[in-house]
Design a protein around this ligand. Structure first.
Ligand code: V47
Length: 388
């Protein structure tokens, strides 16, 4: 061990003890990155051995119209602006049918805060996709969109019980087919960063509150952190501690849902108002993945989202605490790394190859991390073989 300050932290990790915020900061700043990687690898291997998860999925961004103008975001457009788009429900269903034909188990559906759509668009969308492709799990809408939807719900469901509440709105979406929540929109839970970079968006407490309500209603959800812009290292650790507390609460209260996966997202400056910033480096990305694994001892999964991290980094991440590389994706509009277009696809064979080459065992999972038994585009869940 090159950095003796890591010795007491290593002892905690090997004893399975919880790390403090100060430990997290020491891990984020140490020059002894080998020890950091080794500790994260120990924690991931304790849980999963050589298993590494991927899924066959589709990301679908139904519209980039957004009432907000977050500085870090290159995706949002105003009505009439070049590149603005919105899918009809029929177009979304077409995407879902193609996804089903290709054997996808999940649709990840998110968009901007649309200025005009009625609440019925969202329930109709879920219902139509559910009806057309019943086997596909619908992981949809970030906590930010859901807070926006609660406002529309208040207007469009006036007089109905629960109108305008997160709970009432989520109950309607669940009845229409919502299966779980993605982790987007969390950014960094800090007021200074919030005011500087995504003013107008919900704050950390509201984001956590939406997920809390979803967990109470039995939905599983994910969490993200967008790092490498104007936040400090302390902000990053504070964000992880707040997520860890929220997960403790879900577990202590016996909620049927909880957080499944943490997905640290490296900031991509290209095309955003923060284009002058450099964005995080490869080493910073590996550090964040490892620190997520070590700090979030009550989250089962750490995902390296290859779209933002690249496939080679996802492969390396498997030895830095990662157990999940996301999936085949196919279309992605929110970030376009290194000049990529919206068609950003990888194949199950390539994901399996990169996992095997790194010394791990590829396991196809569904959204709820159940093992998928596959025969071409046909698949079923092996209930007897839970992955966690
Ligand atoms: O919320 C926006 C981020 C998120 C940029 O739950 C940016 O399984 C980097 O949440 N540079 C959406 N990031 C992506 C997301 C996600 C991805 C994969 C899996 C899951 C999951 C969730 O993308 C947004 C925002 O934080 N983002 N702009 C940017 N310039």
């Amino acid at each position: 061990m090159q950095d003796p300050a890591l010795q007491p932290i290593a002892e905690k990790v090997y004893a399975g003890e919880r790390l403090t915020a100060a430990d997290g900061l020491a891990l984020l700043t140490t020059r002894d990155v080998w020890t950091l990687g080794e500790l994260a690898h120990h924690a991931r291997t304790q849980r999963y051995g050589t298993a590494a998860y991927y899924n066959i999925n589709r990301h679908l961004n139904y519209s980039n119209l957004c009432v907000l103008s977050c500085k870090f975001c290159e995706f949002h457009r105003k009505p009439g602006q070049d590149g603005a788009y919105q899918y009809s429900i029929d177009e979304v269903v077409e995407h879902a049918k193609k996804a089903e034909t290709a054997g996808a188990t999940e649709m990840h559906i998110v968009g901007g805060l649309h200025p005009k759509l009625k609440f019925d668009y969202y329930t109709d969308l879920l219902r139509a996709v559910r009806q057309a492709t019943p086997a596909i799990h619908l992981k949809a809408f970030t906590a930010v969109e859901l807070t926006h939807l609660a406002r529309i719900h208040k207007r469009d469901r006036k007089g109905h019980p629960g109108a305008g509440t997160i709970r009432g709105m989520l109950e309607d979406l669940i009845a229409a087919g919502l299966g779980s929540l993605p982790g987007g929109g969390a950014e960094v839970f800090d007021d200074r960063v919030h005011n500087e970079v995504f003013r107008g968006k919900i704050g950390g407490l509201e984001w956590i509150n939406v997920h809390r309500t979803a967990h109470e209603l039995g939905l599983m959800s994910n969490a993200t952190m967008l790092y490498g812009h104007v936040e400090t290292l302390e902000d990053r650790i504070n964000h992880l501690c707040l997520l860890r507390d929220a997960q403790d609460e879900a577990i202590d209260q016996g909620h049927a849902g909880r957080f499944q996966t943490i997905i640290p997202l490296p900031f991509f400056p290209d095309g955003s108002e923060l284009e002058h910033l450099p964005g995080p480096t490869g080493l910073d990305n590996l550090r964040m993945l490892a620190v997520c694994r070590l700090m979030l001892d009550n989250f089962d999964h750490v995902k390296c989202f290859w779209i933002m991290q690249t496939l080679p980094m996802a492969q390396l991440g498997l030895s830095w605490g990662v157990d999940d590389v996301d999936g085949t994706v196919v279309w992605y509009d929110i970030t376009k790394v290194g000049g990529a277009g919206t068609h950003q696809e990888t194949t199950p064979a390539d994901l399996q190859k990169l996992i095997r080459e790194a010394g791990y065992t590829p396991i196809e999972r569904d959204t709820l991390y159940r093992r998928v038994i596959r025969d071409g585009a046909d698949w079923r869940i092996d209930e007897a073989m839970q992955t966690v």
